[in-house]
Design a protein around this ligand. Structure first.
Ligand SMILES: Nc1ncnc2c1ncn2[C@@H]1O[C@H](COP(=O)(O)OP(=O)(O)OP(=O)(O)O)[C@@H](O)[C@H]1O
Ligand SMILES: [Mg+2]
Length: 186
């Protein structure tokens, strides 16, 4: 009986750790999603990879606009749906903005030398990253955007993925701290 009790305890604490790995935020306008991106940008480092998931109009591009602004890029940001990749240079770090929605085959990423961007000197932000799952770096910041309670609300679930627990915890805490003005839903 004692054994069963302690294994249950371990399960519960494992669950608690798992819950800590995902933080859910909420925004209530496109501008707020952009501001969320700008705050997140303050914690970004060279080589970071941001995987953006979410349906059409979930707010992925709105968030990338904020990332670019937060990195100090002053030019326009548009969805790279037809060009696959747009480079925003001149800020604190270069930002490589991908939208892989219209890729016919994920292997097309190899034609443009994706490694230079996914493992480069700047920050990569990839819309529809789930379409190219096999190419995603193991260490990445994942943002899943979804509809909120009302038309202008969005939920943003942030996870840090990677094999090193200390790295994941450090980055997650860093982002939680930067983004605390958006509140933690769960
Ligand atoms: N809280 C919000 N955050 C972001 N966008 C919002 C929000 N509320 C409403 N919107 C609207 O949702 C749309 C989001 O468009 P956006 O291009 O950012 O989405 P997307 O996820 O990049 O879409 P796509 O899959 O087509 O690339 C815009 O029309 C925006 O005005
Ligand atoms: Mg988009």
């Amino acid at each position: 009986m004692t054994g069963q009790g302690s294994s249950k305890k371990i399960k519960e604490s494992e669950q608690a750790l798992k819950d800590l790995e995902s933080i859910v935020f909420q925004t209530d306008s496109p501008a707020a999603t952009g501001a969320f991106g700008a705050l997140l940008a303050q914690g970004l480092e060279a080589g970071d990879f941001i995987a953006l998931e979410g349906d059409l109009a979930a707010g992925k591009t709105s968030l990338v606009k904020g990332l670019a602004a937060g990195l100090g890029y002053a030019g326009p940001v548009t969805s790279p749906t037809f060009s696959l990749l747009q480079l925003y240079e001149g800020g604190r770090l270069p930002l490589y903005h991908f939208d892989v929605y219209r890729l016919k085959r994920p292997e097309e990423l190899e034609d443009i030398g994706y490694e230079d961007y996914f493992y480069g000197e700047g920050v990569a932000a990839v819309e529809w990253s789930n379409e190219t799952a096999a190419y995603l770096p193991a260490n990445r910041i994942e943002l899943k955007l979804s509809a909120g309670a009302s038309q202008d609300q969005r939920r943003i679930a942030l996870r840090v993925l990677g094999s090193r627990e200390d790295w994941r915890q450090r980055r997650l805490q860093q982002f939680a701290c930067l983004l605390k003005s958006y509140g933690v839903e769960e």
